[in-house]
Ligand binder design. Sequence first.
Ligand SMILES: NC(=O)c1ccc[n+]([C@@H]2O[C@H](COP(=O)([O-])OP(=O)(O)OC[C@H]3O[C@@H](n4cnc5c(N)ncnc54)[C@H](O)[C@@H]3O)[C@@H](O)[C@H]2O)c1
Length: 342
Amino acid sequence: MIRVGIIGLGYWGPNLLRNFSGTDGAQLVAACDRQAERLAPIARRHPTVRMTTNAEDVLADASVDAVAIATPVSTHFELAMAALQVGKHVLVEKPLAASSEQARRLADEADRRRLTLMVDHTFVYTGAVKRIAQMVASGEVGDIYYYDSVRVNLGLFQHDVNVVWDLAVHDLAILDHVLSARPRAVSATGMTHVGSGPENIAYLTLFFDDRLIAHVHVNWLAPVKIRRTLIGGSQRMIVYDDLEPSEKIKVYDKGITVNSDPQSVYQMLVGYRAGDMWAPHLDATEALATEAAHFVACVRDGTAPITDAQSGIRVVRIIEAACESMAQRGRLVALDATAGVA
Ligand SMILES: NC(=O)c1ccc[n+]([C@@H]2O[C@H](COP(=O)([O-])OP(=O)(O)OC[C@H]3O[C@@H](n4cnc5c(N)ncnc54)[C@H](O)[C@@H]3O)[C@@H](O)[C@H]2O)c1
């Protein structure tokens, strides 16, 4: 039995708590939030779980094997490092840390101590993304030409991070999981419309070694909620709409064929292929339930998580590079080997 403590019970933490409390092989033993009023409703539902407003109580508790951290990004490093240093396995909310240097230090500490360090890249554990990854890996989609995503709504303005850290992180985590290729450079533009606060709208373009291109559009100031991604491949094209209740993925047998014109070596003949469209059946299990079970299995068996610290580092490095680019109105920023190579 892996005994779990949750630190941070604001908006997202209660979802972790609910899922860990229903995971086979896990026992929820401690819950912590600085704000006592956030503990009260949890104490009512989980009377045997120890409640505290001080994270150090959870870290000092020898009966806790693993902690899940759902506090603001600026606190991830300090809390995760302290937990690793007292021998606890750690699941950290996305993004892993507030800088790639911090993320690397966490990864090193976990490696040195042979502890599990996993990042909550939630979408990777959804039925939709699992199916997309499967289709891409099997070659069904063909060569991937583009990933084009829109993730906008009238969102909660964050004070400590911009919209790239908050929303684009999801697309970067999906890309990291679905593609074997790693981006080589990023160009990003963005703007703030609230004083001198963090950017609330951003457009990221990722460049790869070949002709693959990825574009991510994120915005907290949109009148409607859109969560739609197009993935274009040489054999199939996928439309992934996360707001669709059941048919989240539609696969199109559409595309083009290019032949050179026998009349002229400089002319290309483009032919169009319009075949069927289908919506594959998807695993409807809640992503966090799958993820909590995966974390417990990794801790128990000492196996590497799907969203391990290295994926967390790569994603944070791209975000950093995107922010650097955004500060210079879209200047292309090269990604170093750490972010660029698996
Ligand atoms: N995976 C997802 O889809 C998803 C969705 C939303 C948020 N998140 C992530 O979850 C994390 C938290 O976001 P949120 O929206 O829940 O924030 P939030 O502000 O609603 O909640 C954070 C909570 O942490 C508590 N806290 C802060 N420092 C603490 C400390 N040292 N010890 C104990 N408690 C402390 C605060 O009191 C607060 O209740 C962020 O990293 C965010 O990126 C992930």
